[in-house]
Each structure stands twice: as C-alpha cells, then as structure tokens.
Design a protein around this ligand. Structure first.
Ligand code: PRP
Length: 175
C-alpha cells in the first residue's frame, strides 16, 4: 500500500452526524421494549458499536461475535463459519446486530439465521455501509448509515490487511 492517506469518502463529521441519527431512531423505536442486546460483529464493528451504544438512550447490553468466510483459493465461497460466539443467552431478548459493512450479504444472512434459531424476541440489524451493487444475498438492513459503490474502503473499523481500522473517516484504498 502507498504511504498516501486514503481519499476521504465519508468524513468524520458525516459519520458522527449519521451515527447520531441512527442512535436517535433506534432509541425511539425501542423506547418501550426494555433492554436491547447489541451484538457487534468482530472485528470491523468495534468502533461503530462503541459510538452507537454510547449515544442510545434505552437500556442496552453488549455482546460480540466473530465469524470467518471460507475461501476457495482466494475467492470467498459464500460459506461462513462461527469463530467466537456471544457469551449470554439471547432467548426472549431484543437483538440488534451491529455490522460495519454488508458486501455480498453472506455474513449478515448467516448471522441472522443462526441467531434467529435461538428464539430471540426480535432481531434487527444496524449496518454502517452497504455495497448495494455487490450484494448476492438479500438481507434486511433496518438501520443503515450509507450506501456506497464497489470501492475498497478503510477506516472506522474497516481494514486493508489489518491497516487503517482506526482512521476516523471512511476512505478509499487506492490500487
Ligand atoms: C467484513 C465485514 C463483514 C463482512 C461483510 O468482515 O466486517 O463482517 O466482511 O462481507 P459480506 O457481506 O461479503 O459477507 P471481514 O471478513 O473483513 O473481517 P473483519 O471484520 O475482521 O475485518
């Protein structure tokens, strides 16, 4: 990768504004529902989960889950494997999956189906970025930050070879 900083796609100010809007919407939608269990999908969602969870005004608890994509050569096969599970039971609870990005949709589809089988009261999804033209599996995104094109993005939790996750903005990696 070059030494140049990635070109800004979504600025820190735009991210902060949008996360504030999402938190307000979620707080309003869950106002009379009791506690939400926020499940952050490692690693990419750690920053969104931290920012979003602190701006909610409804009771919430935090869980993390980690998955990995099976690859066929270097090409993702679409199959997803659970690497780390949540600690607590989600039976009867309101679950909000928090993801940094939906690309093909396979990861979020797998997680929704897997968590649904555990009998939660509800499952919704909050996703920062959606590559809408890359999506192969339809998934319901209930709370979306931004639609983006097919560029490789970094920052705000997203990496390129584990670099640039902590950039405060979302940038485009130059080839
Ligand atoms: C990224 C991202 C999503 C998934 C989306 O994770 O965080 O979990 O890919 O892709 P999909 O819609 O095509 O399934 P990645 O495997 O890069 O792991 P990371 O979050 O640890 O960086």
């Amino acid at each position: 990768m070059s030494d140049e900083s990635p070109e800004v796609l979504i600025s820190q100010a735009e991210i902060e504004r949008r996360v504030g809007e999402l938190a307000a919407q979620i707080s309003s939608d869950y106002a009379d529902k009791g506690e939400i269990v926020l499940i952050g999908v490692l690693k990419g969602a750690f920053i969104l989960l931290a920012d979003l969870s602190r701006r909610l005004t409804v009771p919430r608890s935090i869980e993390f889950i980690a998955v990995s994509s099976y690859e066929d050569g270097n090409v993702p096969s679409g199959a997803v494997r659970l690497v780390m599970d949540v600690r607590g039971s989600i039976e009867g609870k309101h679950v909000l999956i928090v993801e940094d990005i939906v690309d093909t949709g396979h990861t979020l589809h797998y997680l929704i189906e897997m968590l649904k089988s555990r009998g939660p009261a509800s499952i919704k999804t909050c996703v920062m970025l959606h590559k809408e033209h890359s999506t192969e599996v339809d998934v319901d995104i209930d709370y979306l930050g931004f639609n983006i094109g097919d560029e490789w993005v970094v920052g705000y939790g997203l990496d390129y070879a584990e670099q640039d996750r902590t950039l405060p903005y979302i940038g485009i990696v130059k080839p």
